[in-house]
Write a protein that binds this ligand. Sequence first.
Ligand SMILES: [Zn+2]
Length: 192
Amino acid sequence: MSEKDIRITADPETIVDAEESSLPNNILAVGEISTDDVKVYIKQDVYHAIEKRSASNMTIELGNILLGKVAEVFGKRHVIITACIEAKYTDASSSTLTFTHETWDYVNKIHEEKYSGLRIVGWQHTHPGYGIFLSNYDMFIQENFFNLPFQIAYVVDPKQKIRGFFQWQNEKVERLKGFYLFGSVLKFSTVC
Ligand SMILES: [Zn+2]
């Protein structure tokens, strides 16, 4: 694929900030990867940081903002998660999570300071003990704050130790059957 096949633009509706050649290699599939689904790649240190934080408090919901790049190769969308920002200052209970103005101020500040080359590709939150799905309120958040076609939701249940991603497909939000891990397992940095 030549460079002119790849459109790079600031318009968030138009995909693409990575090329085919920059898709992660050394990937490990978790679950089943369906041809028509968005391909989600999450860097191992981000994955482990989220797992660790998700298990740090099982009495309230916790969240993170996911950052990375988006690529479209042969009409297939790829979302590559390389960093995250803790959703601090949320209004949280055992079954809800609300991003406050303070949450967004903090996220925007860190995004600008540390991750200006990355875009917000989605969000993550926990469901301590009650499984992987998006509630009506989660759908409200998805529709209002993460409504670009590539923006995903990631839910972790730290009690049951299960997790799942959700994608926009035909204007609905559908669960992905699987995702890819990539990057070194040895390098646990203090990402997010
Ligand atoms: Zn939820």
